[in-house]
Design a protein around this ligand. Structure first.
Ligand code: ZN
Ligand code: ZN
Length: 268
């Protein structure tokens, strides 16, 4: 199967990737993609400062170099994945006025200034309390001036908890998840289908199927598909599953972005 594009990828401009931008492009060309979007990390005041340190001048130069060199083979777009936290909102707004991104993902990688990866956020919290508090943080970020295009890996919280079963019950958190989805839809924004959950052995994409179905039912139309690749070999991983599920739910289109504006593309 041919894929349209990968809308969530990292290069070595992200603190947790060693992949040179050009190698990602070459892999994208090899896969026959029409488009490839770089969404390197910006996480202001993250527990590990390596995620703040992106050099935008370098990033832009490298992007322009690849865009020009491969312009006949693939359309490249410059995006960003911003780790939202309420207390860094003005820094985020400042960044978004200074740099002309084609596409912006907001993600919640920390809640209440505590990080998931090291487990700090989960300490002393029962699972449902932790999950609920995570969604409260997500809701807060969506109610901030809606500067993003899609929300990243909406149920990311299931990745790092130390619980025997990390599974998330939509019904248990339906009220707040519905508020989040409603605000995303009313704000003219969307969600992404992030296939990295499979690579983490979670047996699901983000968000999990019942949340995508709920989004569809509520009228959610805008969806991008991304692998969250940090390595060329991870580009478009499990996209068959993503496209199949979207079609099964009833979706006919996924989205592409340029200069922050959405277009609808028929699911291949
Ligand atoms: Zn992320
Ligand atoms: Zn990512």
């Amino acid at each position: 199967m041919r894929y349209f594009a990968d809308y969530h990828t990292h290069t070595d401009f992200s603190g947790d990737s060693q992949a040179p931008m050009e190698l990602m492009v070459k892999r994208g060309v090899e896969l026959g993609l029409s488009e490839l979007v770089f969404t390197d990390h910006v996480d202001y005041d993250y527990a590990d400062p390596v995620f703040e340190k992106i050099d935008f001048q370098d990033y832009i130069n490298s992007f322009k170099y690849c865009k020009e060199k491969y312009r006949k083979d693939i359309k490249l777009l410059m995006g960003v994945e911003i780790g939202y936290q309420a207390h860094v909102e003005s820094r985020i707004e400042d960044l978004l006025t200074k740099v002309d991104f084609d596409f912006v993902i907001y993600s919640t990688h920390m809640a209440d200034k505590l990080d998931f990866y090291t487990g700090a956020f989960f300490n002393g919290k029962e699972r449902e309390l932790a999950y609920n508090r995570y969604f409260e943080n997500v809701l807060q970020s969506i109610r901030a001036p809606a500067n993003f295009n899609v929300y990243g890996h909406l149920d990311f919280i299931v990745r790092y908890g130390h619980y025997d079963s990390k599974s998330l019950s939509y019904l248990e958190h339906a009220a707040i998840i519905d508020k989040i989805l409603r605000d995303i839809i009313y704000g003219g924004c969307g969600i992404e289908i992030n296939t990295s959950g499979y690579r983490y052995g979670l047996g699901q994409m983000h968000p999990q199927e019942d949340i995508i179905r709920r989004y569809y039912k509520m009228g959610g139309e805008i969806i991008t598909v991304g692998s969250d690749a940090h390595h060329p070999q991870e580009l478009c991983s499990d996209f068959n599953a993503a496209y199949t599920l979207l079609r099964e739910i009833g979706y006919k289109y996924i989205n592409a972005y340029e200069e922050r504006k959405a277009r609808f593309i028929k699911i291949p």
